[in-house]
Design a binder for this molecule. Structure first.
Ligand SMILES: [Mg+2]
Length: 393
């Protein structure tokens, strides 16, 4: 078990950095993204601009006053959501337990990755370099035992860094913070706290429940005292459509035979199994998706008696579902397999299915090869023999 399993991934000056990919001349200078009109505000500021005290949500007029030479780039939200989509794809490649906070920010629970990485920091390094590789953008990562502290840690990590608040170091880290950094402390609460001499988290803790309760009401006082001692029971909650692990492919050449379809599904099921195992999860509901050349799309699902992370089991269910759905022998342009209804692999399996253990050890051997040589090198022979020309996922 990682002692600090929660990551907060936050892209640095996201809109600005996306613009810099297209216009390298924007690098190293004060830049803001935003409208140029009299009432527009700064949507994002480069770190060079921040040195002038410019920050997002500041009126553009004010930004110009502080830095007359500042370069203003009009926003291109389509481009930002495209980049964001890739970033989230990278994150979900590590674990499906990704909770988006905004277009460029997310919480991840990486406790399921403990068999594959030495520490949560190693996962974070992997994430940062994967994002660099895919979109060449800087991301900062905060690592901690809770969401609240992980978010504070990513602020410390910025720009383009990584910061771990260990379980042991958490209280010291929190104590030094101004109370205004706490969730639930707005201007009014901060003023009330200042009246009783509370400026830092340490002050707040030494104040005690009764005094705080009198000042702020018992519910807010209890909430703040819990946060102040590092207690934040909120779990990472993935978006509903991310509560599944799935793989799909669109084919260059349509599939026309049942054996081609079954072979592709087996390969996809192996990938789904591998991703589940990497994330320390098992799925209970298996879904296949079939899209015909006329774009009609059908999906079929089956909920199993047991949850599984075994590729061969997923493949069998997927093939069976596809065989019963693909009745008209129409050419197929896309196939997909998914597992949903996910549970942590730590939860006990209620029954052992005969042969499951043997298959699981085969899968473990395949995972090993995939780890050493990259995910796509390992495919079952049946898939390689009958591989259609695919054009990506
Ligand atoms: Mg950000």
């Amino acid at each position: 078990m990682f002692a600090e399993p929660i990551l907060h991934v936050d892209m640095d000056a996201f809109f600005v950095e996306v613009e810099r990919l297209r216009s390298p001349k924007l690098r190293g200078i004060p830049v803001v993204v935003g409208g140029a009109g009299p009432r527009s505000v700064v949507a994002a500021a480069s770190y060079e601009a921040r040195e002038f005290g410019i920050h997002s949500a500041m009126p553009m007029v004010e930004a110009r006053r502080r830095c007359p030479g500042i370069v203003i780039v009009p926003p291109d939200h389509d481009e930002y959501s495209r980049a964001s989509g890739i970033v989230f794809e990278v994150l979900r490649g590590f674990t499906p337990l990704v909770e988006p906070v905004s277009i460029d920010e997310a919480f991840l629970d990486v406790s399921g990755l403990r068999l594959h990485y030495a520490s949560a920091a190693a996962v974070a390094m992997g994430i940062r370099s994967a994002i660099r590789e895919r979109v060449d953008l800087p991301a900062s990562v905060g690592i901690a035992t809770t969401k609240f502290v992980a978010k504070l840690a990513s602020e410390e990590a910025k720009p383009d860094g990584l910061f771990v608040v260990t379980l042991e170091g958490c209280q010291v880290f929190l104590d030094a913070l101004p109370v205004t950094k706490m969730w639930g402390v707005g201007a009014a609460t901060a003023a009330a706290l200042a009246r009783i001499g509370v400026a830092t988290v340490a002050d707040l803790r030494s104040c005690g429940e009764r005094v705080l309760g009198r000042e702020l009401g018992p519910s807010l006082a209890g909430h703040l005292l819990a946060l102040a001692t590092g207690i934040d029971p909120r779990p990472v909650v993935p978006e509903s459509d991310a509560k599944s692990v799935s793989v799909e492919e669109t084919f260059e050449t349509d599939l026309t035979t049942g054996s081609e379809i079954a072979s592709v599904l087996r390969g996809q099921a192996d990938k789904v199994g591998r991703r589940l195992r990497r994330a320390g999860l098992r799925g209970r509901t298996i879904t296949v998706k079939i899209r015909y050349t006329d774009f009609r799309t059908i999906t079929r699902s089956e909920t199993l008696g047991n949850d599984t992370d075994v590729g061969a089991v997923i493949g069998e269910v997927a093939s069976r579902l596809a065989a019963s759905a693909w009745t008209e022998s129409a050419p197929v342009r896309l196939l997909g397999v998914g597992a949903s209804n996910l549970v942590g692999a730590d939860e006990p399996i209620q029954l052992t299915v005969a042969g499951d253990d043997r298959r699981r050890s085969l899968d473990a051997a395949l995972d090993d090869l995939a780890d050493r040589f990259g995910g796509d090198i390992v495919d079952r022979a049946s898939k390689i023999v009958n591989d259609p020309r695919s054009r990506g996922h």
